[in-house]
Structures are given as C-alpha cells and as structure tokens.
Design a protein around this ligand. Structure first.
Ligand SMILES: *[C@@H]1O[C@H](CO)[C@@H](O)[C@H](O)[C@H]1NC(C)=O
Length: 273
C-alpha cells in the first residue's frame, strides 16, 4: 500500500485544485486578476492596506471612510497599473464574476452609505469641486473620457488608456464610482438626480458622464479585449499545469495497482474537499 500514497495524494490534490482553476479559467477573469495581484508583492501589500482600512474597526456611526479612501487612492497611485486596472475592469460573463468585481473595492465603506438611500449627485459633485484632491481628477476624467467636442459622439481610440487612468484616479475620491449591479457593467458614483431642482441639468450631465458615456464604455471594452499579457501568461501556466496533472493521474503505471485503494480513499475524503 505504501506505493499508493504518492498517487493518492496527487489525485486528492487534483480534485481539490481543479474546480478552483477551471472556474477561474473558464469564466471569472476577476479571480485571475485577484490572483495576479496576490502574486505581486506591491499589489498585494497595497490591497491588504486598503482592505484593512476599509474593513477595520469602525468609529461609531460608520466606517473610517476618509482613511479607506486614502488607502484606495494609494492603491491606484502606486500599484502596477496592469494589475490594478485588471481588478477594476475585469470582463465578466456571469453574475458571480460581476458580483466579485462590484465587491472588490469594498463598496460598503468606499462607495455607498452612510444612509441606505443615495444622496443627490450634487452633494458629491460639490464636495469634489471644493476638494484639492478630487477636483483635478474630475477635470481629467471629463477631459479624457468625454466625446470630442467637435464630433458629439466620436471618441478618439487613442484616448482610451488615458480615460481608464482618469477613471481609476476617481477611486477613493468624493465621486468614487463603482459597478451598480451584478448583471451589467453599468457604473456611477453613489448618487441620483431625482430631485435636483434648478440644477437638474447639471446633475444629469454629471451622472451621464458615467452612465451614458460611449467613450468610457468603449475604453473599458477595449481594455477587456486587450486583456493584459501578464494575466494571460498566468492563465496559460495554470492551464498547462492542469493538463500535466491530468496526464499523470490518468497514466497507467503508478496508479494501476492502487486504483481501488485510491478511489476508496478519495470517495471517503471527498466531502472534506
Ligand atoms: C446579485 O445581486 C443581487 C442583488 O443585490 C443579490 O441578491 C445576488 O445574490 C447577487 N448575485 C450573486 C451571484 O452574487
């Protein structure tokens, strides 16, 4: 039986790992992006910092939003853009993936609240225009993500990377945007324009920069189709390893004499996996 220990362990390992790999490889690019960040020392450290700040001990009446947002800004300012942008813009084909994407930047502290209902967009907009940190970032977002003034609905394709950078720059500001649900790729800050009185138009124009913006949508789509090579490499190496493990476990030699033993053990342990 001793000679069966190796193959059995291998089989157990395979059973434990396969669902994790195949789900990520098949449909969850956001998991790939998270794994790539974990594998990078700087990305991992900065992410740990913002998660700690945003989910850490809360003062009475809410989360430490100021510290959370500062840590979030640092993540995007200092993290490798290929990895931080992959986390922010990972393409999704399933609600599970989109939900993960929506939750990645700790929306409960960084994005929504404190009340259950979103405020008028004029509140975050005014806060942003009076903020030394936020104002230049919003101006950059308007400059790089708006359609060219000369051609009302044309977006210059070479502007897409600048638009994504500018959008990422808003993360952790008074107008922090996020995905609105887990079935679409719609984004907006946490606000609405329901009752904005004589500033209705201004409110709609601001919110529309996120919700009805062909240039922003196009830039995110372009990012998705040019999924960063660093992540593609990681995906390929996973699939390669998976393939080799499958070959080993189905090879006749080492497993043949042990198959009964291995199978029984695996069946017994499967509920634990
Ligand atoms: C998607 O969002 C809805 C509403 O917030 C939630 O009830 C549901 O559990 C989410 N789906 C997934 C897969 O997380």
């Amino acid at each position: 039986m001793a000679q069966c220990v190796g193959p059995t362990i291998l089989l157990l390992l395979l059973l434990w790992l396969l669902p994790r790999w195949s789900s990520s490889a098949a449909q969850n690019r956001c998991v790939d992006a998270a794994e790539a960040c974990t594998a990078d020392t700087r990305c991992q450290r900065l992410r740990t910092e913002y998660v700690a700040q945003c989910l850490g001990p809360a003062p009475p009446g809410g989360c430490a939003r100021t510290r959370c947002r500062r840590a979030l800004r640092r993540f995007f300012a200092r993290g490798p853009p290929a990895l931080t942008h992959a986390l922010l813009f990972c393409p999704c084909g399933s609600p599970a993936c989109a939900e993960r994407r929506r939750q990645t930047f700790v929306p409960a502290c960084a994005f929504s609240g404190p009340g259950p209902a979103p405020p008028s967009c004029l509140a975050p907009l005014d806060a942003c225009e009076h903020s030394r940190v936020c104002r230049p970032r919003l101006l950059a977002f308007q400059a790089f993500c708006s359609p060219a003034p000369s051609s009302a609905d044309r977006c210059q394709p070479d502007q897409a990377p600048n638009c994504l950078r500018a959008y990422a720059g808003l993360m952790g500001t008074a107008v922090t945007p996020n995905y609105l649900d887990n079935v679409s790729a719609r984004v907006a800050p946490w606000c609405h324009c329901g009752v904005s009185g004589n500033r209705q138009e201004e409110c709609e124009a601001f919110r529309g920069l996120f919700t009805r913006n062909r240039c922003l949508d196009g830039a995110i789509q372009a990012f998705d189709s040019g999924w960063p090579p660093v992540l593609q490499d990681q995906l390929d190496s996973h699939q390669d390893l998976e393939h080799r493990l499958l070959q080993v476990s189905s090879a006749d030699g080492p497993l043949e004499g042990c198959s009964m033993f291995s199978m029984l053990l695996v069946l017994a342990l499967q509920p634990l996996l």
